[in-house]
Design a protein around this ligand. Structure first.
Ligand SMILES: NC(=O)c1ccc[n+]([C@@H]2O[C@H](COP(=O)([O-])OP(=O)(O)OC[C@H]3O[C@@H](n4cnc5c(N)ncnc54)[C@H](O)[C@@H]3O)[C@@H](O)[C@H]2O)c1
Length: 332
């Protein structure tokens, strides 16, 4: 049976991937230091778990002894805004941490390493459609550290037999995000205000634009890399619907969805934008479609509807531990 390591497997995206791998019958080891930013930390009871930091050589040795054949590498300081609060942690986890994982992949001769990179590696690109050949010019601390991770993977593994897939993930949303954390996840942040019946605070222009992906689609794509025969030895793929949404249109969908609760009319307050926050990203998913020709993304409207089905079951609590969608509490 294949043994899969998921670094960051207790985080928002990693926990969903871990569950899907377990459902498919894989043996999964999750390594996570539980510093989760934005997600509700969730350790799947059916995986082997090591609480530890990927920058720590003793932790790496423990993984080596377990001998995974495949690695999904998601552990990272994952917040663009939080990177400014602690640039050292951001750079160590995302840069050096990825170097450690790449060296481990080389030593263990794993079959495949799948790395969760980010749209942030491109930097702000307002007037062009971003494809995988677009220039990488990160203009935020987080963008620099995620790109450093990509470069280490390339440098350490290019001349080995390890297949690498770098998925440049665009804004992901859905059940499992920590609604109380207001420094990561645009949709999660605006949803927090609706959940609490407060005015929505928007940092920056309503004309900013993004590509949004639903968590289930993102996790499915990661898992589908395992059997995808179209993948070449080293791949870089934009993980995006390719659909562009302006913040003002996103808010309309969110407010309409929330109005089903018959709450009072939502007010929007505009504040100064966050440092390092890009005005817009408009990505092409032409290459993605070539590699995953049959994949169908859920629409933003339907994704937000599913997201609110989960949100509406959560009590207005400050600590959402235990309210992860994969936890038993909210399943009924
Ligand atoms: N959520 C998004 O929209 C998005 C977009 C682009 C890229 N990404 C990338 O996808 C990955 C997962 O993001 P997420 O949204 O699930 O974030 P997350 O913060 O919920 O998950 C990351 C996990 O990594 C763990 N971690 C952090 N530093 C670590 C370290 N040094 N050692 C061990 N574990 C560590 C955290 O505890 C957390 O559980 C990250 O690599 C992130 O950069 C996410």
């Amino acid at each position: 049976m294949k043994k899969i390591l998921v670094t960051g497997g207790a985080g928002f995206i990693g926990a969903h991937i871990t569950q899907k791998l377990i459902n498919l019958g894989y043996k999964v080891l999750v390594v996570d230091n539980l510093s989760t930013v934005g997600g509700i930390p969730y350790v799947n009871p059916k995986c082997k778990f090591i609480k530890g930091d990927i920058t720590n050589a003793t932790v790496i040795k423990k993984i080596e002894n377990w001998r995974p054949n495949i690695i999904f590498h998601l552990a990272a300081q994952s917040g663009g805004e939080s990177a400014y609060d602690n640039p050292k942690i951001d750079y160590l986890s995302n840069g050096y941490g990825t170097y450690m994982i790449a060296e481990l992949a080389k030593k263990l001769k794993v079959k495949q390493l799948i790395y969760s990179s980010s749209v942030a590696v491109y930097g702000s690109k307002i007037n062009e459609e971003i494809n995988e050949k677009s220039s990488t010019n990160p203009d935020s601390i987080y963008g620099v550290s995620k790109f450093t991770g990509e470069m280490f993977i390339k440098q350490v593994l290019k001349k080995t037999k390890v297949k690498t897939v770098i998925l440049r993930v665009f804004n992901t949303y859905g059940p499992g995000e920590n609604l109380n954390f207001l420094k990561k996840g645009m949709i999660s942040i605006y949803s927090y205000y609706l959940w609490r019946n407060k005015p929505i605070i928007v940092k920056g222009s309503l004309n900013r634009f993004r590509n949004f992906q639903y968590i289930d689609d993102v996790a499915n794509i990661f898992v589908q890399t395992l059997r995808n025969k179209n993948l070449k030895k080293n791949e870089i793929i934009n993980l995006t619907t390719g659909r562009i949404t302006r913040i003002k249109d996103l808010l309309k969908i969110l407010i309409l969805e929330n109005s089903k609760k018959k709450v009072k009319k939502s007010k929007i307050i505009i504040r100064k934008n966050t440092k390092g926050d890009s005005f817009g990203w408009n990505a092409s998913n032409k290459y993605f479609k070539k590699i995953f020709p049959k994949f169908q993304f859920i629409s933003l409207k339907d994704g937000i509807h599913k997201y609110f089905e989960w949100i509406n079951k959560i009590p207005l609590k400050n600590d959402l531990k235990g309210y992860h969608p994969l936890d038993k509490k909210l399943r009924k």
